[in-house]
Design a protein around this ligand. Structure first.
Ligand code: HEM
Length: 526
């Protein structure tokens, strides 16, 4: 068809019919093309490393420090990355903005958890952290919300936290070399006290032994075959006698340790309730609310035991451990924090939460500890429950979604020289960016955000403030007098704690000893 044109570009009347058809055809084709490309663009996954058949990207995933690899992928492909581990679609979110846009704003879709077949089905450790986004999750989460997610309620826990902070100081004075154990005892004692009204006197306490045994056995029960079950749930049907399926036998023992950890303290509370001697505790409140005519069904008892078992999920001890490492390596920071504390509260008492606002440098130190060694570097993965679209990219249903918290702590635009421990970066801040307060992202995102965040923050602050007020922390020395400088090394794994190191902890003065004794006497006047 020839389209005749007049010299000025107006079509002659005999050509207009053909042209009309042509325009219509072009229009229809353009519309079809546009919608086809839209569908196609909509169906494109976010960028990510090249996948190979069957493995997907498994061959590119290192066994350790995966958060570092995910950040490197981010430098190449952007903040939102698509990968595949065997047949599981995986989305890695390397920025706070992406986590806010997806996990926070689209909570109904992004609040699942991957199946965690090994933990949920083989060990049968069904706690709030690993649970699917179901009615059962809502029930457990409500118990946690009531106990931990209101500032007014969490403030009432301060006397117990203070008393434990004073005991921590006393333990550190008596056997300073065991500082890691003492910090662990501090964190577990707060949980046992609040959770069950149980007071822990030493690390040999039977309850601590049960927690330790259960946590240890969970970490050592896995192995490669157990990990594969998470990707290929069908392997859970392997009989235990088959080569490679030994993890099933081990899992049975682990299950026993977990049951002991969950049931023993709960039974103690039930017994005390029956004899009218129970102290107030979270277990006590939940039992009271759930019991009907003084009776508790076996199913409810199971629910409560496993819900309270998630209390041990906290990473308070890891953070305090990290704080001690930072103080050993940066005496100038410790001196500055001690000077501030001395200026503000003097040396005739130990600090309490009421002093927090008047100690901005100490707060900056704690923010830097949270940033420098974010205890849960990859968060706990979420699962995408429905197909989604993000800036034109297809986010497939069933994807495992990682929030790379560690990448956020190492954002070079906001944190110059991010590996350096430098609390000053949090002073004199004039904008509201989330980067100015790492508590806004190290506790995770959306509806699955850590319910223990206010409690943990208060426990970390109280331990740090009391240690700074009463103790000096220095590098340990070899017998020949040389300083031992700890290496900055964090264990790989879902929780990143500093690798063991030595240091020298001693009282700041004779007066510090007296202050600690006086505080302990005031906490337990009998
Ligand atoms: C510094 C200490 C802590 C850190 C860094 C921390 C960090 C986290 C993170 C990153 C998550 C995953 C959030 C997500 O899925 O996006 C989480 C979940 C959780 N945390 Fe914490 N946490 C701490 C202390 C605590 C404490 C003291 C408790 C107990 C009271 C606790 C109980 C939990 C529970 C039960 C969940 C699972 C919530 C759910 O899946 O709905 N955490 N925590």
């Amino acid at each position: 068809m020839i389209i005749k044109r007049s010299p000025v570009g107006v079509l002659s009347p005999d050509a207009s019919g053909y042209v009309g058809v042509a325009i219509l055809a072009v229009l229809v084709l353009s519309l079809l093309y546009a919608s086809w490309t839209r569908i196609k663009v909509g169906r494109r996954y976010p960028p990510g490393p090249r996948r190979v058949p069957f493995l997907g990207n498994m061959h590119q995933l290192p066994p350790h420090y995966q958060h570092i690899t995910f950040k490197e992928w981010g430098n190449k492909y952007g903040d939102v990355i698509y990968a595949r581990f065997f047949s599981t679609p995986v989305i890695v979110l390397n920025s706070i903005d992406a986590c806010r846009a997806l996990m926070d704003k689209k909570g109904a879709k992004y609040s699942g958890r991957p199946p965690f077949t090994f933990h949920n089905e083989i060990i049968e450790w069904r706690n709030l952290v690993l649970m699917q986004y179901t009615e059962q999750w809502r029930r457990h989460r409500r118990w946690y919300r009531v106990a931990f997610e209101s500032k007014a309620v969490v403030d009432t826990y301060q006397p117990l936290q203070m008393a434990e902070a004073h005991k921590l100081l006393s333990d550190l004075l008596q056997t300073p070399d065991n500082f890691i154990l003492h910090i662990k005892k501090y964190a577990v004692s707060i949980i046992m006290g609040l959770g069950y009204g149980i007071s822990i006197t030493s690390m040999d306490d039977e309850f601590i032994q049960h927690v330790d045994k259960a946590v240890h056995s969970v970490f050592h029960s896995g192995g490669p075959a157990a990990l594969l079950v998470d990707f290929f749930p069908i392997l859970k049907y392997l009989p235990a006698w088959m080569p490679g399926a030994g993890f099933k036998t081990l899992a049975q023992q682990v299950r026993g340790s977990i049951r002991d950890m969950e049931y023993m303290p709960l039974r103690r509370v039930q017994k005390a309730m029956a004899s009218g001697t129970a102290k107030p505790s979270i277990a006590y409140s939940i039992l009271q609310e759930t019991m009907k005519d003084g009776k508790l069904s076996a199913a409810d008892e199971r629910e409560i035991a496993s819900a309270l078992g998630a209390l041990y999920a906290g990473e308070t001890a890891t953070t305090i451990h990290c704080f001690v490492l930072a103080m050993v390596l940066h005496p100038e920071v410790l001196n500055k924090a001690q000077a501030e504390l001395h200026r503000v509260i003097g040396d005739s008492r130990l600090p309490d939460m009421g002093d927090r606002d008047a100690l901005p440098y100490l707060d900056a130190v704690i923010m830097e500890v949270y940033r420098w060694c974010a205890p849960v570097p990859l968060g706990v993965p979420h699962q995408l429950l429905e197909e989604d679209d993000y800036t034109g990219y297809r986010m497939p249903r069933g994807s495992t979604v990682f929030s790379n918290i560690w990448a956020m702590t190492r954002n070079e635009q906001h944190y110059g020289d991010p590996e350096r421990f430098d609390p000053d970066r949090f002073l004199n801040i004039h904008d509201e960016s989330d980067f100015n307060d790492p508590r806004k992202y190290i506790f995770g995102f959306g509806r699955r955000i850590c319910p223990g965040r206010f409690l943990a923050d208060a426990s970390v602050w109280l331990a740090a403030a009391n240690i700074i007020a009463a103790l000096d922390i220095q590098k340990a020395r070899t017998p020949s007098g040389e300083e031992i400088t700890p290496e900055v090394q964090f264990a790989s794994g879902s929780v990143s704690h500093p690798k063991p190191f030595v240091c020298d902890i001693r009282p700041r003065s004779k007066k510090s000893n007296e202050l600690i004794l006086r505080a302990i006497r005031a906490d337990c006047p009998t």
